[in-house]
Design a protein around this ligand. Structure first.
Ligand SMILES: Nc1ncnc2c1ncn2[C@@H]1O[C@H](COP(=O)(O)OP(=O)(O)OP(=O)(O)O)[C@@H](O)[C@H]1O
Length: 455
């Protein structure tokens, strides 16, 4: 007689996909000097431009080196202009970014391209685990990355990590080092954005005593100090243009020379670089050398912003709560997790960490909700107030979410413009007076096309 399963013996099985499918598509040149050329995607991104490293290389002289890229996202096929000279048009309209439907017509330079999704898919493995070293994540994007990381860590290849401020680039670089055969060696970090341009060569390559007036002792630079380990070049997009050929030469020849010395020192380092910019845009602008970009772009990892991987919020909140909680209970209250997942949490992981810490420190929970998220979850509006005089009716067109995004973007732009004006166009001063992280402010300036001086 078969035994009825007893409730206590019932095991909940969570079946999770072990692979993900990425939609494939074709891009075909239908008019222009490259008419007839086509390319079928073989990954999550297909880039177009005249530079040799693009997936679809065009000869059209009116197309930029790195013109645009199409990425497969959860929401569909997204084309993004990469800061091209003449822009990217979708059915005649110039766009910064747009989702493409079947048969969409792209105009770039003097060329016309037709986009078509294909019925087959590219299958990529997903890691079973929801962490890799100290990096947590249960989203598809992170589990896809976790599946690739063991191979990346085991190799000695140069890695380029791209992602917005606070997405975990520094942590990822450190974990790759810790999981690599160089783990016993040093991990030396050079933050290219915080070193004055005049000192960066000395920091990277070192100097001999007497090489300049303040060089009272000889000193090794980061590349020498990291022998047997890894050099992490953070915010590489900030590296002054005149330093770029020197870095390229060091990486190609695998030797460095201290300032004031002709003796070559052999390099025994792995290089990991990170940037919160898309370096292809910097190449188009002429602020980043394309040869250095290609030298670094051996393994490229894009860390998506948290808004593109919201499933990662609950494990991250739980992780930070455990780190900061003073009480014996390591689990966060359900309302706290719900507060971050229900609202459109606008920040990245660093801001999430700070908000969880603040929540734990604040005695009054309701106050915290109001200060951080605008309202307590589930709280009812006290009265049906009439629309505010500041309310702009144009903004109400379309869905609530889209209208809110437009309103916030408009407010953000106004705030940043005023801030920069009142700070005399100086980035550091503006960041200080707004109590903002410099990198975050720089990213917002870039997004709104507002310029400010660095020093
Ligand atoms: N997936 C993750 N799991 C656990 N902790 C994370 C994760 N991502 C980021 N963090 C934590 O969030 C904080 C910010 O991450 P990190 O400094 O690596 O970001 P970043 O992208 O390098 O930022 P920046 O561009 O400003 O240098 C760190 O405390 C880091 O440990």
């Amino acid at each position: 007689m078969s035994k009825e399963p007893h409730a206590k013996e019932t095991v909940a099985l969570v079946v999770r996909p072990r692979e993900c499918a990425i939609g494939r598509f074709r891009l075909q040149v239908t008019a222009g000097p490259d008419r007839g050329v086509e390319r079928v995607s073989d990954g999550a991104e297909l880039s177009v431009g005249t530079a040799a490293g693009n997936h679809l290389v065009l000869t059209d002289g009116a197309v930029s080196r790195h013109h645009c890229a199409i990425t497969v996202t959860d929401r569909g096929f997204l084309v993004r202009d990469l800061g091209s000279r003449n822009g990217t048009r979708v059915t005649g309209f110039r766009v910064e970014g747009a989702y493409l439907g079947p048969g969409a017509v792209l105009g770039i330079g003097k060329s016309t391209l037709r986009f078509d999704p294909l019925p087959d898919e590219i299958v990529e493995p997903l890691a079973d685990e929801e962490r890799y070293g100290r990096i947590l994540g249960q989203s598809m994007a992170m589990r896809r990355l976790f599946a690739a990381l063991p191979r990346i860590a085991a190799s000695d290849s140069t890695v380029l990590i791209e992602g917005e401020t606070g997405t975990g680039k520094g942590l990822l670089a450190e974990v790759i080092h810790q999981k690599s055969p160089r783990a016993q060696g040093p991990f030396v970090v050079i933050d290219c954005s915080s070193i004055p341009p005049t000192l960066i060569e000395a920091e990277l390559f070192g100097y001999m005593r007497g090489a300049f007036t303040t060089a009272l002792q000889s000193r090794a630079g980061a590349f020498e100090a990291a022998a047997g380990g890894t050099v992490f070049l953070d915010e590489l997009g900030e590296l002054p243009i005149d330093m770029q050929p020197k870095l390229l030469r060091a990486l190609e020849e695998r030797v460095v020379r201290r300032i004031g010395s002709l003796d070559p020192v052999k390099l025994d380092v792995r290089v990991i670089a990170a940037t919160n910019r898309d370096l292809r845009q910097e190449v188009n602008r002429g602020t980043f050398r394309s040869d250095l970009y290609y030298r670094l772009n051996i393994v490229r990892i894009r860390l998506p912003p948290l808004r593109e991987r919201r499933e990662d919020i609950p494990p991250l909140v739980a992780h930070f709560y455990e780190q900061f909680a003073r009480s014996g209970d390591p689990l966060p209250p359900a309302e706290l997790v719900a507060a971050f997942t229900k609202q459109d949490w606008p920040g990245n992981v660093r801001e999430l960490r700070a908000a969880v810490e603040r929540a734990i420190l604040m005695e009054d929970e309701a106050l915290w909700f109001e200060a951080t998220l605008g309202a307590a979850p589930g709280s009812e509006p006290k009265t049906a107030a009439p629309p505010s005089a500041d309310y702009d009716e144009d903004l109400a067109l379309g869905s609530f979410r889209a209208a809110k995004e437009r309103a916030v973007a408009r407010w953000e732009r106004g705030y940043i413009e005023t801030l920069v004006r009142q700070s005399g166009g100086n980035l550091s001063r503006a960041a200080r007076s707004a109590h903002m992280d410099r990198n975050h402010l720089r990213e917002l300036l870039r997004r709104h096309g507002i310029s400010a001086t660095e020093e």
